[in-house]
Write a protein that binds this ligand. Structure first.
Ligand SMILES: Nc1ncnc2c1ncn2[C@@H]1O[C@H](COP(=O)(O)OP(=O)(O)OP(=O)(O)O)[C@@H](O)[C@H]1O
Ligand SMILES: [Mg+2]
Length: 324
C-alpha cells in the first residue's frame, strides 16, 4: 500500500501573550491510500490543531514549529501561502472544518457559494464548474435545486452535505473531517456517517482523516485509530486493536470505559477524573501521568516514546512494552 500522507515530527505551537501553547507536539504518523484514520481524544487535546496543521493553515497566533507533511511526495511545510492556495489546499488536501455548516455565508445562495469557492481554487469555465457542482451534490444526496436556496433554508444535515460536497469537488487525495456529526441529532449523525461510507465505496472520497471525541463513532468509520492526549499521540493502531481489550494505553482504556456500548448492560458509566493538561505548561514526563492510576516514578520524569508493541500498533507508555 502506498502512503498518501506522511507526517514526521510535526509541531504546531500557539505563541500567545501568556506563553507558548504546545498544542501539537511532535507527532508522526502516515495515511495509506483508501484508508480512514480516526483521530480521537478529549476536548483541547489538539485534534483541530492537527487538522489545520495538515493543511499548513495554522490559526493565529499559531505557527508550525517543525516537522514535515509529505503529500504526493512533496513536503508542504516550506511552501508559501500562494503556492498552498494555488496547488495544494483543496486540490491535494481538503478539510470539512469543525462547525463549518454554521458558517456558510448567509447572503449567497448555495450555488453562488459553491461556484465562488470552486473558481477561487481552479481556473475553469462556469459551465464546467456547474457540471462538477451538480455531480458532487448528487454524490452527497442533494437535488440540483439546492443551488437556488440560501443556507438558512436548509436543515443542519443538508448544510453538512453541502460542506462535504465542497470539500470533495476538487477531488483531493486526502480529506480531513473535523467533528462532522457533532452538532447534529442522532438520526442525521447516522445519515452523515453512512454518507461518508457510501462516498468511499463510490470512490468519490479516497483517503480521509476523521476527527471526533467519540471512540464509538471512530469504530464505525475508521480503519485505524489515533488516540491523542495533551498534544501528543498516546496510541495508534487498527480499529480492532484500539476498540477492544487489546487497547494498551491507560488513557485509551479509560476512554473505552467511558464509551457506552449498545449490547452491554451498563450499571454506571465511568469517567476520567482530573482535567486535561494545560498545554501552556504541560506536565513533565508522560502528559497523562497526573491522571493515570498505574503511573510510576519514571512517568513523571521521562517522556515515553511511541513504540511498536505489535504490527501496526504503537503506544507511548512506560508501563507497556518496555523492559526495566
Ligand atoms: N487560536 C488559538 N490560540 C491559542 N490557543 C489555541 C488556539 N486554538 C487552540 N488553542 C489551544 O490549543 C489546544 C488544542 O486545541 P484544539 O482546538 O486543537 O483542540 P481539539 O482537540 O480540537 O478540541 P475540541 O474537541 O474541543 O474541538 C487547546 O489547549 C487550545 O486551548
Ligand atoms: Mg476541535
Amino acid at each position: 500500500m502506498t502512503n498518501v500522507l506522511e507526517v514526521n515530527n510535526l509541531k504546531l505551537y500557539y505563541y500567545t501573550s501568556k506563553g507558548v501553547v504546545r498544542a501539537l507536539d511532535d507527532i508522526t504518523f502516515s495515511l495509506q491510500e483508501g484508508e480512514t484514520l480516526g483521530i480521537v481524544g478529549e476536548s483541547g487535546c489538539g485534534k483541530t490543531t492537527a487538522g489545520l496543521a495538515l493543511l499548513n493553515m495554522p490559526m493565529p497566533p499559531g505557527k508550525i514549529a517543525g516537522g514535515q507533511i509529505i503529500i504526493d511526495g512533496q513536503d508542504i511545510v516550506p511552501l508559501a501561502e500562494k503556492e498552498m492556495r494555488r496547488h495544494v489546499r483543496w486540490q491535494k488536501i481538503a478539510m470539512v472544518f469543525q462547525g463549518a455548516m454554521n458558517c456558510l455565508t448567509p447572503v449567497f445562495t448555495i450555488g453562488k457559494l459553491m461556484m465562488e469557492t470552486m473558481l477561487e481554487h481552479k481556473t475553469m469555465k462556469k459551465e464546467e464548474a456547474w457540471h462538477i457542482i451538480e455531480k458532487y451534490l448528487g454524490y452527497v444526496g442533494l437535488p440540483a435545486g439546492v443551488t437556488k436556496r440560501y443556507p438558512h433554508e436548509l436543515s443542519g444535515g443538508m448544510k453538512q452535505r453541502v460542506v462535504i460536497a465542497m470539500a470533495l469537488f476538487m477531488n483531493p487525495k486526502v480529506v480531513v473531517f473535523d467533528e462532522p456529526t457533532t452538532a447534529l441529532d442522532v438520526i442525521v449523525q447516522c445519515q452523515i456517517l453512512n454518507l461518508i461510507k457510501k462516498l468511499k465505496l463510490e470512490k468519490a472520497l479516497l483517503s480521509c482523516i476523521f476527527i471526533t471525541h467519540d471512540l464509538a463513532t471512530e469504530a464505525e468509520v475508521a480503519n485505524r485509530i489515533m488516540v491523542m492526549y495533551g498534544g501528543k499521540i498516546a496510541e495508534i493502531g487498527t480499529n480492532q486493536q484500539i476498540y477492544s481489550e487489546r487497547a494498551a494505553h491507560p488513557y485509551t482504556k479509560k476512554l473505552l470505559a467511558a464509551t457506552p456500548r449498545l449490547h452491554q448492560k451498563v450499571d454506571h458509566l465511568s469517567f476520567i477524573p482530573g482535567a486535561p493538561p494545560d498545554l501552556l505548561a504541560p506536565p513533565t514526563g508522560c502528559r497523562f501521568h497526573l491522571r493515570c492510576e498505574v503511573a510510576m516514578g519514571k512517568c513523571s520524569a521521562q517522556e515515553p516514546p511511541l513504540i511498536e508493541i505489535e504490527p501496526d500498533h504503537k503506544v507511548a507508555c512506560w508501563k507497556v512494552g518496555y523492559k526495566e
